[in-house]
Write a new protein. Structure first.
Length: 367
């Protein structure tokens, strides 16, 4: 499994996703070698299945490091294939990536390409350079080439599959495999974190867990707090340079340890998932984690979010989340029904077990 953009350890969704997928496959009896930016001194390998092995690649930590670690990953993949008995290369793609599918193609090994979001849209939101013609043209070529080299692949939503098929029509034949969530961690068994007592919260509490980056609609969190003084909004996650204003009912508690997140969710009354009005075609991991802790979820109405939640979350248009909360907050029965519906849906259809089964079937079909 080739994932050079992934750092281990890290709290970003891409790391949590890739580790859960790799470890889940290992638990199914598949021997998995994961190439990533792995720091062996900071990871307790005993928490992973013994069938999962890590191989580290360089982690430069400098501008344009992607060029360096992608090239190193390509060399590592070729080296590992030459000395190991591998059946398939699973490559987690990104712009200017493709080290896994390229090496596999050259060495006669089957490969699949994993696409988690619309790389071009993500790139445009992250850097102004992506708008420049030479960069943009090269980036699209990279997207097209990765799909071309792969023997098959999957996207995390049908929306995303449609989007990337514009790069290369071969992607129309990709499978759709939604993300899952860790139901052994995000469940009703955790002891509450005690954040309400610590912050002096007496009433309802809405929670947002995630990085305050451009891919989240964090301005709406501020609007919710400003317009709904009867509810406290708790934000857990890194800042990415985004400083929230000081409001008496808006609390930015920073990053939590992974096992502390469900303890926070169990204290909350509502789970928030605001996004900008740009659909990256993603599968919203945070929403499934909210649902697994039996939270009613309010999220932004985007086609991929609608596909992911299947009617088990309240979806509102960008900028309307604050008004929606004001309307549903007094309705205890509605909130309970939303929580029950979300929990049943997530535990039956959005765990990693379902994701792993579909991934194994994809492997078998390619082989």
């Amino acid at each position: 499994m080739v994932a050079p953009s992934v750092r281990v350890p890290d709290t970003l969704g891409q790391t949590l996703h890739q580790l859960a997928l790799a470890d889940g496959l290992a638990k199914k009896g598949i021997e998995v070698t994961l190439l990533c930016r792995y720091d062996k001194d900071k990871v307790d390998v005993s928490r992973f299945n013994s069938n999962l092995n890590f191989i580290t690649i360089v982690n430069p930590g400098i501008p344009f490091e992607r060029i360096i670690f992608t090239r190193h990953a390509y060399q590592k993949v070729k080296s590992e294939i030459s000395k190991g008995n591998f059946d398939i290369v699973h490559d987690r793609g990104y712009i200017f990536a493709g080290s896994g599918v390229k090496a596999a193609s050259e060495m006669g090994i089957k490969s699949i390409l994993q696409v988690d979001d619309n790389w071009m849209r993500s790139e445009l939101s992250a850097t102004k350079i992506a708008k420049l013609w030479p960069y943009n043209k090269s980036a699209i070529h990279s997207c097209r080439q990765q799909i071309e080299l792969a023997d098959g692949g999957f996207t995390v939503s049908s929306i995303l599959r449609d989007q990337i098929s514009e790069w290369n029509s071969k992607a129309k034949n990709f499978s759709v495999i939604q993300n899952g969530y860790e139901d052994d961690l995000f469940n009703l068994k955790s002891k509450p974190l005690g954040i309400k007592a610590k912050l002096g919260i007496k009433g309802k509490m809405a929670v947002f867990v995630g990085a305050l980056g451009p891919w989240h609609g964090t301005d709406e969190l501020v609007e919710i707090a400003q317009s709904n003084l009867s509810i406290d909004v708790v934000v857990a996650g890194g800042g990415y340079g985004h400083n929230l204003p000081k409001l008496s009912n808006l609390h930015h508690i920073g990053r939590l340890e992974r096992d502390e997140v469900p303890a926070l969710l169990l204290e909350a009354d509502i789970g928030l998932a605001p996004y900008p009005n740009i659909d990256y075609g993603f599968s919203p991991l945070k929403i499934y984690e909210y649902m697994g802790c039996k939270l009613p979820v309010i999220a932004t109405l985007l086609p991929s979010v609608k596909e992911a939640t299947q009617g088990h979350a309240l979806l509102v248009r960008p900028g309307q989340m604050s008004d929606a909360i004001a309307k549903i907050l007094p309705n205890k029965k509605l909130l309970e029904d939303m929580a029950d519906s979300a929990y049943t849906f997530a535990t039956q259809q959005r765990t990693w077990a379902q994701t792993i089964e579909k991934t194994v079937l994809l492997y078998e079909g390619i082989l």
